[in-house]
Design a protein around this ligand. Structure first.
Ligand SMILES: *Cc1c(COP(=O)(O)O)cnc(C)c1O
Length: 219
């Protein structure tokens, strides 16, 4: 199937309130343009340098999401244009995003990455660390970043019960946090292998790569 057909297939099951992030990492501009010409405007990348090159080559109405782990010293390269940073996992990183966003007079939307996978070690906050951070005075003082939601990745497994349990946990944290932070509205969870479960568990944003663009070569 073509990229266009893949996109159409996913969109048929996607509720209108859910945002589809087309994860185009490692893929050439020609592939991204196929998705663009099929109407896709939101793209996700996991390397800042690659994303910046693509931002320079692609039409300017594309919304660029950084979905990977972010190194603080590279934030400056995307501060001018990035629309949403999914993987914020420390106050230090948030502070750097704030500083770089300020240089461009922007407010950059961010998601806090939660560690929900039971087995694998992945980046992200646990609940205690999350509360610690949002209660810190310093957090409130940041003016050029806006935390708009949470992001999480389930364990890479075929055990659907486990995946569902992990997504449920993230949704519960999201709902609890929303009572304190009414601006939260984005729950980024679900990839090619598990987005059907993520949608059932309340995801508002799915990040889909291989089901749109095909398998990736080793990175
Ligand atoms: C690569 C990646 C995706 C997309 O993965 P697929 O399985 O190809 O859909 C989603 N989220 C993150 C954080 C990724 O790094």
């Amino acid at each position: 199937m073509s990229i266009k057909e893949n996109l159409e297939k996913i969109k048929t099951i996607l509720p209108p309130s859910v945002t589809l992030v087309a994860v185009s990492k490692t893929k050439p501009i020609a592939d991204l343009m196929q998705a663009y010409n099929a109407g896709q405007r939101v793209f996700g990348e996991n390397k800042i340098q690659e994303m910046t090159q693509k931002w320079q080559s692609m039409p300017k109405d594309v919304e660029w999401h950084m979905i990977g782990h972010v190194q603080r010293n590279k934030v400056k390269y995307m501060a001018e244009y990035v629309a949403l940073i999914h993987g914020v996992d420390s106050l230090k990183l948030l502070r750097e995003i704030d500083k770089q966003a300020n240089k461009y007079n922007r407010v950059i939307d961010c998601l806090l990455q939660m560690h929900i996978a039971e087995e694998e070690t992945k980046f992200g906050f646990d609940e205690t660390e999350l509360l610690e951070m949002i209660n810190a005075t310093e957090f409130e003082l940041l003016k050029n970043v806006k935390v708009v939601g949470l992001m999480g990745m389930a364990t890479f497994t075929t055990d659907k019960t486990k995946i569902r349990r992990e997504f449920k946990k993230l949704k519960t944290i999201f709902d609890t946090l929303r009572a304190k932070m009414p601006d939260l509205h984005v729950l980024s969870m679900g990839m090619s292998g598990d987005y059907d479960i993520a949608l059932e568990e309340g995801s508002t944003m799915i990040r889909i790569g291989s089901s749109i663009f095909g398998e990736r070569n080793m990175q």
